[in-house]
Write a protein that binds this ligand. Structure first.
Ligand SMILES: Nc1ncnc2c1ncn2[C@@H]1O[C@H](COP(=O)(O)OP(=O)(O)OP(=O)(O)O)[C@@H](O)[C@H]1O
Length: 588
C-alpha cells in the first residue's frame, strides 16, 4: 500500500495544531501565562518607584524615610517578580516535558500499529529526526517561547497603559516604535519568507543525509574509485545549503537591519518631545526620566518576538512530519482469532502493489502444508521477499487472501501472528547490549534453553571465545563478529523462539565453505517440524524441499519438486543450469 494512501486527512496544521497538542496541559500552560502576566505587572513597580523617588528628590523637602521605603518596596517587587518568573518557567517546563513524554509514547504506540513495511520503508534517520529532534523543538517552543510571548505582549501593554495615565502626549510618542513594528513584523513573517525558511530546513536535512550517505558509503566509494563523483554529490548538497543561506540572508538582512536600528533608536521620539515639553514646562523632570526609562525599555521584550516567525516555521515543519506518522493509516485487524494447532499457509489469488499502480505479485496461489518446506525461487525482483513479508503482514495484500490454519491473517490477533512466526532476515541486526540479551530478545527463556539454542545455531564456541562470553557487549571496543557469526546469532534467536512458522531469507553473503556448512547445520536444527517458507538463492540447498514455487515477474510459473520442475519449468531449468555452471566455475 502506498504511503500516500495510508494518510488520512489531517485536521490542523502549524501553530493551531501545536496549540491543540499543548492543550493537553492547558491548565499548566494557563498558569504559566498568568504568572508571566503578573511578573510583567510586578516588574513595572521598580520603574514606577524610581519615578516617585525622583519626584521626592526634586521636591522642596526630601523625605529620606519615604525614599528608603520606596527602595525596599522596589527590592521586594523585584524579588517577587523573579520568583513568579521562576514559577512560570517551571509550569511551562513541566507542561512541555509531560507533552513531550506523551508524544513520544504516542509515536511509539503508533509505530507499533503501522505495517512493518512502513517502518522498513521510512529512512531510520527520518524517524529519529521526528522522534528526537522535532519533538524536542516542540518542547523548546512550549517551555520557553510561550512564556516569552506572553511577557513580550503583556509587559509593553501594561507599560503603555501606565504611561498613558502619566502623560498621554509622551505615551503616544512612545507608541511610534510599536506602530512601526506593526508595519514591519507582518512583512518579516510573510508567507514567502516562511516558505523560504521551510526550504532552508529541508536543505539542512538534505545536507545531513548527504553527509551520512557519504560517510556510510566510504568503503564502496573507495573500492569502486567513485571518490570524486560521490564527493560531488556531497558537495552539491553543501553548496545547495550555502546557496539557501545566501538567499535567506539577502531577503532577511534589510528588514532585520531596519527593525534592529529602529528599535535601538526608539528613544528619539520620546527624547525630542520630552525635551520640548520639559523646557516649555509642560512636564516635570521625573516624568521626563520615567518616559526615557520605561517608554523605551518596554520595547525590549518585543525583541523576543522578532524570532517568532522562524520559530513558527520550524514548528510548522516539525508538527507536519509528526502528524505524517500519527495520522498514517493503521493496519486493520478484523478479528481476535488465535493460532493454536494448524499452521499451514494458503496463498489464495494474492496480488500486491506497493504503490497501488503496479502489481509486483499477481494471482499467486499455492499451499504450504503444515510441517513442510516450501522454497521460493525466481530471478531478482520476481517478488520472493515481498510474498514472504506478506505472511508476517509487513504489508497487507491488495487482492486475494493469505490464510494460516484456514483463517485469513487479517482476522488473527497481531500478537498471536507475531508469536507464531520467526523471520530470519539476510541482514542481521545486533543491539548494543550483551550477546546473551541479543539472543534472548526479551523472550521468557531460561539460560539453559538459550545456551542450547546457541549450540544448535553453531554459535556457542565463538561466543565462549569472546572476552566475557555471553555477557560480552556488542559494540564494545575490540569486539568483532564476522557476518556469518552475526547471522548464526540471528538463527539462535529463531531457534530459541521456536515458532511453528519459519520464514527464512537464505543467506548468500557469507558463503565461505566452512561458514556455509555451519549455517546449513543451524538451518537444519531450526526447520525441524516447522512450516517453512524459504527464499532460496542457491538452488542446491533446496533440492530436497517438499515443494518449490518458481516466481517470475510476480506470477507463479512453476510449482513442484526439483526433478519435476527440471522437466516442466523452463525458467527453473535455466536457473538450475546457471547455478551448476557457477558452481563449476567456482571450483575451477
Ligand atoms: N519496499 C518497497 N517499496 C517499493 N517497491 C518495492 C519494495 N520492495 C520491493 N519492491 C519492488 O517489488 C518488486 C519485487 O521485489 P522483491 O524484493 O520482492 O523481489 P525478490 O524476488 O525478493 O528480489 P531479490 O531476489 O533481489 O531479493 C521489485 O520490483 C522491487 O523493486
Amino acid at each position: 500500500m502506498s504511503q500516500a494512501s495510508m494518510k488520512t486527512t489531517q485536521p490542523k496544521n502549524g501553530i493551531t495544531r501545536l496549540l491543540e497538542i499543548a492543550g493537553r496541559k492547558k491548565h499548566l500552560l494557563t498558569l504559566s501565562a498568568l504568572l508571566a502576566i503578573i511578573y510583567s505587572l510586578l516588574s513595572l513597580i521598580p520603574y514606577i518607584l524610581v519615578y516617585h523617588i525622583i519626584q521626592e528628590m526634586t521636591g522642596n523637602i526630601v523625605h529620606v524615610s519615604q525614599i528608603t521605603s520606596y527602595l525596599i518596596q522596589a527590592a521586594l517587587a523585584m524579588l517577587l517578580a523573579n520568583g513568579l518568573l521562576y514559577a512560570s518557567g517551571m509550569s511551562s517546563h513541566i507542561a512541555a516535558f509531560t507533552i513531550l513524554y506523551e508524544l513520544r509514547v504516542q509515536m511509539a504506540e503508533k509505530l507499533a500499529k503501522l505495517p512493518l513495511g512502513f517502518i522498513n520503508n521510512t529512512n531510520s534517520g527520518t524517524l529519529k529526526k521526528i522522534m528526537a529532534d522535532d519533538i524536542e523543538r516542540l518542547e523548546n517552543f512550549i517551555a520557553h517561547s510561550i512564556p516569552d510571548i506572553v511577557k513580550g505582549i503583556a509587559l509593553p501593554f501594561c507599560s503603555l497603559i501606565y504611561l498613558f495615565t502619566i502623560d498621554w502626549r509622551l505615551a503616544l510618542a512612545s507608541c511610534l516604535p510599536m506602530v512601526f513594528l506593526a508595519l514591519v513584523i507582518p512583512r518579516m513573517f510573510n508567507k514567502d519568507r516562511r516558505e523560504l525558511l521551510t526550504q532552508y530546513h529541508q536543505s539542512i536535512e538534505e545536507m545531513n543525509a548527504g553527509i551520512i550517505e557519504f560517510v556510510r558509503a566510504m568503503p564502496v566509494i573507495k573500492i569502486f574509485g567513485h571518490t570524486a563523483q560521490s564527493f560531488d554529490r556531497y558537495t552539491s548538497k553543501v553548496e545547495g545549503f550555502h546557496e539557501m543561506v545566501n538567499r535567506w540572508i539577502k531577503t532577511s538582512s534589510a528588514p532585520y537591519a531596519v527593525f534592529i536600528s529602529f528599535i535601538s533608536n526608539a528613544t528619539l521620539p520620546v527624547l525630542a518631545l520630552g525635551l520640548y515639553l520639559y523646557f516649555s514646562t509642560g512636564i516635570s523632570l521625573s516624568v521626563f526620566i520615567l518616559f526615557l526609562i520605561l517608554g523605551v525599555g518596554y520595547i525590549r521584550p518585543l525583541f523576543s518576538l522578532s524570532s517568532l516567525g522562524s520559530q513558527l516555521s520550524v514548528i510548522d515543519h516539525g508538527v507536519k512530519r509528526l502528524d505524517e506518522v500519527l495520522f498514517s493509516k493503521e493496519q486493520e485487524t478484523f478479528g481476535e482469532a488465535e493460532l493454536t494447532t494448524d499452521f499451514s499457509i494458503a496463498f489464495d489469488h494474492v496480488a500486491f502493489s506497493y504503490d497501488q499502480q503496479h502489481l509486483v505479485l499477481r494471482q499467486v496461489s499455492f499451499d504450504v502444508p503444515q510441517g513442510s518446506i516450501t522454497a521460493l525461487v525466481g530471478p531478482s525482483g520476481s517478488g520472493k521477499s515481498t510474498l514472504a513479508q506478506l505472511v508476517a503482514r509487513f504489508w497487507d495484500v491488495t487482492q486475494g487472501e493469505i490464510r494460516i490454519g484456514g483463517q485469513p491473517i487479517q482476522s488473527i490477533k497481531p500478537e498471536a501472528l507475531m508469536h507464531q512466526i520467526s523471520f530470519v532476515f539476510q541482514d542481521s541486526f545486533l543491539f548494543q547490549q550483551s550477546i546473551y540479551e541479543n539472543i534472548r530478545m526479551g523472550m521468557d527463556k531460561t539460560e539453559m534453553e538459550l545456551i542450547a539454542a546457541a549450540k544448535a545455531a553453531q554459535c556457542h564456541d565463538f561466543i565462549m571465545r569472546l572476552p566475557q562470553g555471553y555477557q560480552t557487549r556488542w559494540g564494545a571496543d575490540g569486539i568483532h563478529l564476522s557476518g556469518g557469526e552475526q547471522q548464526r546469532i540471528q538463527l539462535a534467536r529463531a531457534i530459541l523462539k521456536d515458532a511453528p512458522i519459519l520464514i527464512l531469507d537464505e543467506a548468500t553473503a557469507f558463503s565461505d565453505p566452512e561458514n556455509e556448512q555451519l549455517i546449513q547445520q543451524a538451518f537444519s536444527q531450526l526447520i525441524q517440524r516447522k512450516t517453512v517458507l524459504v527464499i532460496a538463492h542457491r538452488l542446491s540447498t533446496i533440492t530436497d524441499s517438499d515443494q518449490i514455487v518458481v516466481l517470475d515477474k510476480g506470477s507463479v510459473v512453476g510449482h513442484g519438486q526439483h526433478q519435476e520442475l527440471l522437466k516442466s519449468c523452463p525458467l527453473y531449468q535455466t536457473m538450475w543450469d546457471a547455478h551448476m555452471q557457477a558452481k563449476t566455475f567456482a571450483l575451477t
